[in-house]
Design a protein around this ligand. Sequence first.
Ligand code: E4P
Length: 217
Amino acid sequence: MKIFLDTANLDELKKAASWGIVDGVTTNPSLIAKEGVAIEEQIARICDIIDGDISAEVVATEAKAMVEEGTKLAKIHKNIVVKLPLTRDGIQACSALSKEGIRTNVTLCFSPAQALLAAKAGAYIVSPFVGRLDDIAQLGMELIESICTIYGNYGYQTQVLAASLRSPLHVAQAAEIGADIGTLPFKTLDMMFNHPLTDKGLEIFLKDYAKAFAEKK
Ligand code: E4P
């Protein structure tokens, strides 16, 4: 499973990039707003840090304007994937941009039927939101499972990106189901390293080693 970072924060991206395990980045208007820098500028900076798919989301809500905005965003860098909401206009824009060879990520997907529409429109990626479904007491991970089954049934090429992943457990479950990509905040990625037995084991190894060689001196 490819790991994307769900952030527009450059320090987080640099830190994660140094670990050599980040395959791409997703952003959304809220994440861009948090950084306080215009989208074109911030996305260009992100492209300088991570060499992989970088999702940049439109804020237009009408198909024609979405296509115009998406076309501009796509010109920022060859790695840009234009993110569009799963609305009627978003799907219309997705079809149009896909026909032009511009890669799209259809976001805010909350049902298998919506995911089918994204695939039909030629989306490069679909983003079903796991955590936000869990928040309303629905099993978000079941959505990932359904979409993977549907896409598998018909051989759709659209990649399933498990979004709104909030814990290492979410990440592992998405990988077990076979999602193509998981996008997670820096905090979740950082948590994935942790295991008390790793810390304890390393402490013992180092202590034993130091003791053995200290005794020979
Ligand atoms: C996906 O592309 C979204 O930006 C993101 O995963 C949403 O996550 P949240 O529900 O934690 O805000």
